[in-house]
Design a protein. Structure first.
Length: 297
């Protein structure tokens, strides 16, 4: 089997390989990319938050027009999640590694515009990976939808008072004996609401709405669409090679936050996002033979 992994595989003999031999080749390809530190994600996560924070004094001092601040803030909020996602999987540095502090810093700081607690995001996202497409145990299962318009409707509905989808995260934390992280949610939400109410009290309600509230809500739809709905649609299978798919986005790989290749992330979560296209190109013949849904990609 090791000999197969080391030899050059041609178009003529791909179909001669057994599943075990394909597994060896798959792991060998993945091993080349797993220990790469994503310095781009580090700069992205910290820089994006610093840029968003700078908008507040720039707008309040009339140095930057509010309409432009709103546009930039919307991009900031939409780009806030993925650097933390890298940290959630300890891709920057695992436990016990010298750069572990940086991994945790990026995880926390990058989520500030998104107004989400890092430790809760990590705990619940791990539940999603363990139980992808499980109607009961997958915290993101409620993002499944018949089509894009149905997804949009459900996304808006999920954020309304009394929505039962809000019960998925506390339930996942309870199952993994991490209910103490509910305190993180409380602290983050109190701070978020305090800023909004404080700005409104001082006569800056419109600024608060356009620099945080509206950009955040727009970005939630965008992130859920590309990170949850598109890669897992139709969300009916739970096997390793079928619970996630590759797809061709009309916005391209950058416009879809790299999620065209999300199937690589679910197969090997420790591979940095920036490396997914290269891994996919190498691994595509294997994925085809494993029965993966690769769409038009």
């Amino acid at each position: 089997m090791d000999q197969v992994a080391d030899q050059t595989v041609t178009l003529e003999n791909w179909d001669e390989l057994t599943d075990d031999q394909l597994d060896v080749l798959e792991r060998k390809i993945a091993a080349k990319y797993i220990h790469i530190v994503p310095w781009g994600a580090v700069a992205w996560g910290i820089g994006n938050t610093l840029l968003w924070l700078s908008l507040w004094p720039l707008v309040l001092l009339d140095i930057l027009p509010l309409w432009l601040g709103f546009i930039i803030a919307t991009f900031n909020c939409a780009l806030a999640y993925l650097p933390s996602h890298e940290a959630q999987h300890s891709i920057i540095a695992g436990k016990g590694k010298p750069l572990r502090w940086l991994n945790e810093l990026v995880g926390h700081v990058s989520l500030i515009p998104f107004s989400a607690p890092f430790r809760v995001a990590r705990a619940t996202h791990m539940a999603h990976h363990r139980h992808t497409n499980d109607p009961v145990l997958d915290v993101d299962y409620d993002t499944t939808a018949r089509n894009g318009w149905h997804f949009l409707y459900k996304s808006i509905l999920r954020r309304q008072p009394g929505s039962k989808s809000k019960e998925a995260y506390p339930a996942a934390l309870a199952r993994t004996e991490q209910s103490h992280l509910m305190l993180d949610i409380l602290i983050v939400n109190i701070f978020y609401l305090a800023v909004l109410f404080g700005m409104a009290w001082t006569g800056h309600a419109i600024e608060a709405a356009l620099l945080w509230w509206l950009p955040k809500n727009i970005s939630i739809v965008y992130v859920e669409h590309y990170l949850s709905w598109m890669p897992h649609h139709p969300g009916k299978e739970t096997s390793r090679y079928r619970d996630t798919r590759a797809f061709k986005s009309k916005l391209g790989n950058i416009g879809s936050m790299g999620m065209q290749y999300h199937i690589i992330h679910h197969l090997f979560p420790r591979i940095p996002l920036s490396q997914h296209p290269a891994v996919y190109r190498e691994m595509k013949p294997i994925l085809q033979r494993k029965g993966c849904d690769l769409g038009e990609l």
